[in-house]
Design a protein around this ligand. Sequence first.
Ligand SMILES: NC(=O)c1ccc[n+]([C@@H]2O[C@H](COP(=O)([O-])OP(=O)(O)OC[C@H]3O[C@@H](n4cnc5c(N)ncnc54)[C@H](O)[C@@H]3O)[C@@H](O)[C@H]2O)c1
Length: 293
Amino acid sequence: MPPAAVVSDIALPSTIPESEQTPANAAHSTLFSLSNKTIAITGGGRGLGITLAAAVLEAGGHAACLDILETPSAVEWAALQKTVNLTGLHVSYHQCDITNEEQLSHILDEIAAGGMRLQAPFYGAIACAGIQQKIPAVDYPAADFERILRVNVLGTFLTAKHSARILIESGIKGSVVMVASMSGQVANRGLTCTAYNTSKSAIHQMCRSVAQEWGRYGIRVNTLSPGYIRTAMTDELLAAEPEVEKTWMAGALLGRLGAPEDFKAPAIFLLAPGSSFMTGADLRVDGGHCASA
Ligand SMILES: NC(=O)c1ccc[n+]([C@@H]2O[C@H](COP(=O)([O-])OP(=O)(O)OC[C@H]3O[C@@H](n4cnc5c(N)ncnc54)[C@H](O)[C@@H]3O)[C@@H](O)[C@H]2O)c1
């Protein structure tokens, strides 16, 4: 029996050339790189946001953290400084209320100007700031409902709006990542968080809407939807009702809740050039939570 043909023995038809429009195997050394780029991260004072700022540095980008907190969490900030000292990259912290449009727009302009000085133009943002509150729907005070929507929906919108404005002004085809949640698509068992869930659902539709408007400028917008992560936000919920953790664990296909580190690679994937054909989409990273009933 003749030996099986190896690929190099097979005569490939020369009449079917590689497409010149979209050649296969084009080299992309920048798939997951944010080198020479500056990224703003709202909610960058603690929790998921400051971890994603670390991810930006790990991907070679410069990071600018914005948060309503006066100062960022000390331990995490010291870790960022260590990376900065080792790499020569830059990280800055800006106290900012994302619902204050004048303040937010001014700070993002300053960050963009700083990026130009570093020869690392502003390339986009991770809109991660958000708040949560657990109150049964029939008791939900209107003022609290409005506050959640104001921070989570309006604040995310203003972050995206001014990031896009800067990108359009500078002609840069950048990327915006909005941190939504699996709670924008499913209602969490054991949690009475109607305002939060409503706000995250709004972020999914906001993403599709602005992706539709800004695609013509080459600006991509996608949502990242985490499942349960152990952060200060969830610590507060679980401290009030520890038995809720059992409900969450029942849906945890990997046998654990998420950690902020789990979202570094997904966020960098969405920001960086490797996801260049992805916009108006959602990336759910939930440890399998939504995969089973
Ligand atoms: N922890 C989870 O299980 C989980 C799950 C899904 C989605 N998320 C989302 O991830 C994001 C980060 O959450 P986290 O768990 O790190 O919570 P967190 O409370 O630790 O971080 C949120 C940050 O947003 C900041 N912030 C709040 N209001 C602000 C405002 N008006 N202006 C500027 N900054 C403001 C807070 O100061 C805080 O540093 C949120 O959008 C949250 O909804 C969290």
